[in-house]
Design a binder for this molecule. Sequence first.
Ligand code: SAH
Length: 265
Amino acid sequence: MGNLKPHKARKRFGQNFLHDQGVIQAILSAISASSDDHLVEIGPGQGALTEPLLQDCKRLDVVELDRDLVQLLERKFSAQPKLSIHSADALFFDFGKLSENGEKLRVIGNLPYNISTPLMFHLLEGRAVIKDMHFMLQKEVVDRMQAQPGNKHYGKLSIMLQYHCHVEKLFDVPPECFDPAPKVVSAIVRLIPHHEPPIKTENPALLSRVVTQAFSQRRKTLRNSLSGLFSAEQLIAHEIDPTLRAENLSIEKFVKLSNVLNQRK
Ligand code: SAH
């Protein structure tokens, strides 16, 4: 290993490599993998998490976009039968094909922050084969993901994500734990997909539409922000107070409104 050329971090691939052993250990114990687990790591980089993850798993698939890093990983882990390295863009990767005989995958990633939201939604499309996910993300994004009604961070991301999974922020990670250090504080989040959403929308596109419209003018009351879709009387008929703002409306009520719209068509 000593003769490998050091890799120069590439900004366009969102490369911030973890080097703090305390944080690496904290992530590993949060995941708490066992020898039955089929793990998938997105963006393994130089293998800071890959190496310890390999110790406790049945199988580990890693998906890396940067071809130089793929080569580095292939050399570093050449004699590891449990590991498969995929040279691919995670945004277009079919994670379902990794699951064999209905087994569920545990997904892990210190993700490039610019692709984190689309990547989470791509993974959630394949949630049937996912047991759980642990991600390093921008703290500000994690705050939005787990926000509850009444919180200033509660918005479209909170609703669309919590509709599909249980979201739990685990801990913050300061910039100096990475090389190079990012400009923002990071956080580790755990996502566990629901088998069935607690309340189901008949039409996910309409859920997205109602939520987008309600939050398009965050400071306005629902009576105003949703006026193109519902009158105040209609909101009241569905037990929604029209003087509330979007940030005070529960996911259940947003789902209910999407179902009302769906029935209308
Ligand atoms: N997990 C490593 C690296 C984190 S940096 C560590 O903690 O040290 C983010 C990693 O994601 C880099 O290796 C980067 O090349 C990779 N990456 C960026 N975009 C990607 C994409 N679309 N698909 C897969 N990997 C990607």
